[in-house]
Structure formats: C-alpha cells, structure tokens
Design a binder for this molecule. Structure first.
Ligand code: FES
Length: 167
C-alpha cells in the first residue's frame, strides 16, 4: 500500500526550544487553563534562550523536524540578565545563514512569551504549525542527515531529549 498523504493530511513535526522561566511556564499555564494548542509541538526546555545553540536548530531539522520554534523571556525579563539579548543577536545572524543554506525561514519562528502569556503561547504554536502544514514536509536536511555521518559531539542530554521526541 502506498503512502498517498496529501499536503492537507500532512502532520508537521514542530520542535520548540524554550526557556524554563518564561515560555515553558506560559505553555504550562496554557495547559492548566485548558487552552488547546496543536499536539504537533514538542517542547524542550532550557535554562535560558542564551543556552540554545543555533546548531541545535539545524540538528532538529536534520533529525526530522518540519518547523522549529525558539522562545523565551521578553527583552529585559531574562532571569540571567542578558541571555535573551545574546540570543536575539545570535539568531538574527543565524537566520541569514539559514537563508543562505536554503532553509525556508517560514519554518523557523522566534518569539517572546512570558509565564503569564498562555494565550500568546497558543497563538504562536498554532500559527507556526499551520504555516508549516501549508508548506509541507521539510525534506532537505533529512536527506543531508542520511548522507552524512554526524560526529555526535554536540549531543548533549537536552538535545538527546529533543531528538527523541521526533518520531
Ligand atoms: S531566562 Fe528566559 S530567556 Fe533567559
């Protein structure tokens, strides 16, 4: 039997790298408030967005993610003072690099969601999932993964957890 899924039947895999203090708490608030957001989103928490290496994002795409969300505390609210400012600068440069290597930037979303913004979390997660669903599966980096032997040097426990969530 052939797998004849149409674009509309495609269920995107979204990995969300979030900071534990703000966005993770916001996502938790959405859950405890019984707000609905797509089950496609697998949340992986980090102490701070400043800890999220851009390589993690490439690795998520290689491991099968169709979209990636990075989210943390609003500027000025980082629990480590300036972690999110560093993250913002780093990701601005990183987006240009992703564009250069051919990743559709619509598959990558950066946002600030506080612990009180359960509703915003739902909006951001839903919007990215629907956008990626319309784009269809991300194949390019998966093919690269198949061709390449990865050294494994950046497979930290957080990343292992992230990649294990991608079916
Ligand atoms: S602690 Fe949330 S972004 Fe730094």
């Amino acid at each position: 039997m052939h797998d004849v899924k149409t674009k509309h039947e495609f269920e995107p895999k979204i990995v969300a790298f979030v900071c534990t203090w703000c966005t993770y708490a916001g996502a938790d608030l959405a859950g405890t408030s019984r707000m609905q957001y797509p089950a496609n989103v697998r949340v992986v928490k980090f102490p701070c967005t400043g800890r999220i290496d851009p390589v993690f994002i490439i690795r998520a795409f290689q491991k099968g993610a169709d979209g990636v969300l990075v989210s943390g505390c609003h500027p000025g609210d980082c629990h480590y003072m300036a972690g999110n400012f560093h993250a913002r600068r780093r990701f601005a440069a990183f987006r240009a690099l992703l564009d250069f290597v051919g990743v559709d930037l619509q598959r990558l979303q950066f946002s600030w969601v506080s612990a009180a913004e359960g509703g915003k979390w739902v909006e951001v997660a839903t919007e990215l999932t629907e956008r990626v669903r319309a784009l269809g599966p991300m194949r390019e980096f998966k093919e690269l993964e198949a061709e390449e032997q990865w050294s494994g040097v950046i497979d930290t426990p957080e990343l292992k957890e992230a990649y294990n969530t991608i079916p």
